[in-house]
Design a protein around this ligand. Structure first.
Ligand code: NAP
Length: 372
């Protein structure tokens, strides 16, 4: 296109060098991503974390369902006892009971359940007390949920509950257990279930994308600080996973339905943690993470943000989600997490916030039996 530049001495050679450097940068960017991706996907064996860290106890948040449940089962199968943290509901109750009866004859494997709402205050103290007599060396910050809809249309307290569960809770929990490990001179690991949704602008799931982006940066920045103390950090970006994550979302988004059709089993995601822990800091799993990274290597983030801002409003998901104003209630919200009834009435019934939010804003903090 700009071949005429070659005819101009000096400018021609500078331009040629620019093209060489650009090509070199593209190769480096491409291969430094793709080679680790394929090593993680196809070459790594799963490690025994009990042996690797001489670990007796793990904490898994969101342990009652999906990826957290798969992590709990895998840890137990390796002889690691698990503190199962999740909403204080029947799901946690029955999974805890199942695990206790399954391992009733295995002396070294125990389970504690801690039923708390990570979307509101008070959970840290409950978790801290439930674990103060045990050495926790493996921490899985996994609990999370998504709110669909336009950011301004979802009441602020619900958005803040989502922020608390997805981003603030991992900050608190990580701080607690890393300090305990450092003080006791224990080796260990801190893991995060993030999402490729944090890699690019994501209209209609603004808080989800932002919290996942935060998690990845937080983990990648923490990793070098505590690696010298023998504590590894790993953040996994799963492609769509077949879990309750997609259940009960308020808006029937085409994008969410498309993701669900291509979902991987939760055991595939759990395996990523066991493969990459201590070997890598970030593990991108599956087709969606790979495609998004390739997109981001091809199109600059700033440019993509510009394109999205101009085009997202013509998508079917946007037009069917956009509401007539004014909303029936003051939607500016307070800082206090509302009762369930309030969060639902703050927007029209059809646009009530997602299943997860409704559950998370309605539950009081509680801790269940500490031992089986
Ligand atoms: N599924 C996907 O396609 C996908 C893709 C990328 C990343 N992820 C991430 O993977 C993680 C696990 O999600 P999943 O797919 O396994 O979904 P899931 O089956 O819905 O499991 C989520 C877990 O988190 C718990 N939880 C939700 N809100 C909570 C709260 N406020 N307080 C305490 N616990 C709470 C849930 O408890 P209850 O079951 O009692 O609600 C459940 O145990 C999430 O961080 C999610 O963002 C999922």
């Amino acid at each position: 296109m700009l071949s005429f530049l070659h005819d101009i001495p000096l400018v021609g050679s500078a331009y040629a060098w620019f093209l060489v450097l650009l090509a070199a940068a593209s190769y480096v960017s491409f291969y430094t991503y793709v080679v680790p991706f394929f090593i993680q996907a196809f070459l790594l064996n799963e490690q025994n974390l009990k042996n690797k860290y001489d670990a007796k106890w793990a904490v898994v948040t969101g342990a009652s369902s999906g990826i957290g449940r798969a992590l709990t089962e895998k840890l137990a199968s390796q002889g690691v006892s698990v503190v199962m943290v999740a909403l204080d509901d029947q799901l946690l109750e029955s999974f805890h009971a199942d695990m206790c009866s399954q391992y009733a004859d295995v002396a070294d494997v125990e389970f504690r359940k801690v039923g708390v709402n990570l979307g509101s205050s008070g959970y840290l103290q409950v978790i801290a007390e439930a674990t103060e007599d045990i050495p926790v060396q493996l921490v899985f910050n996994n609990a999370g949920f998504v709110i669909t809809g336009l950011y301004a249309d979802v009441p602020l307290p619900a958005q803040l509950a989502n922020f608390e569960c997805n981003a603030a809770a991992p900050i608190h929990i990580t701080h607690l257990f890393v300090n305990r490990m450092l003080n006791q001179g224990l080796r260990g690991a801190v893991c995060f279930t993030s999402s490729p949704a944090g890699l690019m602008p994501a209209p209609l799931t603004v808080m989800y994308s932002a919290t996942k982006s935060f998690l990845t940066t937080f983990a990648a920045s923490l990793a070098p600080e505590i690696k010298p103390d023998g504590i590894d950090v790993l953040v996994v970006h799963p492609s769509p996973v077949d879990t309750r994550f997609y259940e009960g979302n308020t808006h029937d988004l085409d994008a969410m339905r498309a993701f669900q059709k291509t979902a991987y089993p939760p055991t595939t995601i759990a395996a990523c943690f066991f493969k990459s822990l201590g070997r890598f800091v970030i593990h991108d799993q599956g087709y969606f993470s790979l495609s998004l990274r390739m997109l981001m290597k091809t199109v600059d983030y700033n440019f993509l943000a510009l394109v999205f801002s101009r085009t997202a409003s013509i998508s079917g998901d946007y037009t069917k989600t956009k509401k007539d104003r004014p909303l029936p209630d003051d939607n500016s919200g307070g800082l206090v997490t509302p009762r369930r009834s309030r969060s639902v009435s703050a927007v029209s019934a059809a646009d009530s916030v997602s299943r997860s939010v409704s559950r998370s804003v309605s539950r009081s903090v509680s801790v269940a039996n500490r031992r089986r």
